[in-house]
Design a protein around this ligand. Structure first.
Ligand code: SF4
Ligand code: SF4
Ligand code: SF4
Length: 256
């Protein structure tokens, strides 16, 4: 029989947005800090004052107001993607803790409103700032029973995502191990020749890029129109996204 710990009971009172406003990397770490008496009970804005009251009752502590210097409770707002500006970089999908965003690489993305907790974690990574927060108009949205119903759904989705990520990591580790176990085959002659040839230095690369840009300019006459401005913004954003992705891959490689 599963033992329900104090951390479990505290975690059950938290909204499960995983937003990090409590200065922890999610609801569970805040629950652990509360169970160990390391943090006060007034650090979770999505839980609001009702949440503070619930924690106070469970932990037999006095109800205290939110620290005025920290994040404050506010009405929930849902993320909405301006789809005509989305460049399909997938960074928001990677940031969403409850898989509330759907889309594919280089395709338009969209938020599933019923799954969005309003955690805001997708906003910062978007390279073209095309995600807006739209406040929920329903005055009953912040009622405790609604918050707890959403928490149950968010917990399920967050757990499923974490399980999927763990599976993916295990599959990747297995593939790498299998690849490492295969003896290296001799490189084909062409590849050996390429290895033997002196590598192109940074100056050569720059020259190649410059020539490619000149060719592109000649092929496509540049008109100073709004659409060319937009293309430049999108291109810059794509480059930024690609650089972020490459940096992430490098970091992943380093970890491996
Ligand atoms: S919902 Fe509350 S407990 Fe969970 S991460 Fe956000 S602030 Fe922390
Ligand atoms: S879509 Fe954005 S705001 Fe909504 S849950 Fe996902 S990361 Fe949070
Ligand atoms: S981060 Fe922004 S641009 Fe990238 S897929 Fe999401 S909404 Fe589109």
């Amino acid at each position: 029989m599963a033992v329900i710990t104090l951390v479990d009971r505290i975690d059950a009172l938290l909204p499960q947005t995983q937003c990090g406003q409590c200065s922890h990397a999610g609801c569970r770490p805040y629950a652990e800090a509360l169970a160990e008496g390391r943090d006060p009970i007034n650090r979770c804005p999505p839980g609001g004052e009702d949440g503070v009251r619930a924690l106070a009752a469970l932990l037999n502590q006095p109800v205290i107001p939110f620290d005025p210097t920290g994040p404050q409770p506010k009405p929930r707002a849902l993320a909405v993607i301006r789809e005509d500006s989305c460049i399909g970089c997938t960074l928001c999908i990677q940031a969403c803790p409850v898989d509330a965003i759907v889309g594919a690489a280089k395709q338009m993305h969209t938020v599933i409103a019923d799954e969005c907790t309003g955690c805001e974690l997708c906003l910062a990574p978007c390279p073209v700032d095309c995600i807006d927060l739209v406040p929920v108009a329903d005055p009953d949205d912040g009622k405790r029973e609604r918050v707890m119903a959403r928490a149950a759904l968010a917990r399920k989705r967050y757990d499923a995502r974490q399980a999927r990520k763990a599976r993916d990591a295990a599959d990747k580790a297995k593939r790498l191990a299998e690849r490492a176990a295969v003896p290296a085959s001799p490189a084909p002659a062409a590849a050996q020749a390429a290895i033997a040839a002196p590598a192109a230095g940074p100056v050569d690369k720059n020259e190649l890029i410059r020539k490619a840009m000149e060719r592109a300019k000649q092929q496509a006459p540049v008109a100073a129109t709004a659409s060319s401005d937009k293309m430049a913004v999108i291109r810059a954003a794509m480059e930024r996204a690609a650089a972020m992705k490459a940096a992430q891959q490098e970091a992943d490689k380093d970890k491996e």
